[in-house]
Design a protein around this ligand. Structure first.
Ligand code: HEC
Length: 158
């Protein structure tokens, strides 16, 4: 009799534990889906290029081998930068302590596109070395940081 009750209590505990487990999983899933903003989706594609491009310019041999791929990647990259520019909301509204947020947003977006174009033009020229190309990409990355520092508010801050 006593044993039977222990068994029941254990079963009940197991059911409770499972219920909690799936509730937590559900919560996590929702938090992830919340992240899927239109700009977030573009940024995921941007991130893929942000991994590919440094690989193409990693060293001289790789650079020579990848020039065509690099050219293609940069064309795609420029397109993504162009698509991002008009998605200012809600970022320019939510930001604090920035005087003219729309102007600031557009400035950084323009700098992003400009540095990408400079790199795309650069790698089309035979005289551009791997070192030059690497530096051109450093200029691009600076614009990512500039914008994220101001406009990309981490979820934890809310
Ligand atoms: C002018 C502004 C701006 C520039 C430039 C910019 N980003 Fe972003 N990025 C954002 C904002 C705003 C978010 C947050 C989007 C959201 O979650 O709604 C973001 C989010 C991201 C994310 C997270 C995507 C996700 O899963 O939600 C990655 C990765 C990212 N950016 C990479 C980059 C890289 C790499 C560059 C440069 C090559 C770059 N970004 C340039 C504004 C910018």
């Amino acid at each position: 009799m006593y044993r039977k009750w222990i068994g029941l209590a254990a079963t009940a505990a197991l059911i409770v534990a499972c219920g909690l487990g799936s509730a937590q999983a559900q919560e996590k899933k929702e938090a992830h889906e919340e992240n899927e903003t239109p700009l977030g989706k573009i940024m995921e594609k941007v991130q893929k290029l942000n991994i590919a491009v440094p690989k193409y310019v990693r060293n001289a041999a790789q650079y020579q081998k990848s020039r065509k791929d690099l050219d293609k990647a940069l064309e795609e990259y420029i397109k993504l930068a162009k698509d991002s520019k008009s998605i200012r909301e809600p970022y320019v509204t939510n930001v604090k302590d920035v005087k003219e947020p729309v102007k600031k947003w557009d400035e950084i977006m323009d700098a992003w596109e400009k540095t990408l174009k400079e790199m795309a033009d650069g790698v089309k020229k035979e005289a551009t070395s791997q070192k030059d190309a690497k530096q051109l990409y450093e200029n691009v990355k600076k614009t990512c940081v500039d914008c994220h520092t101001i406009f990309r508010v981490e979820k934890e801050a809310f």
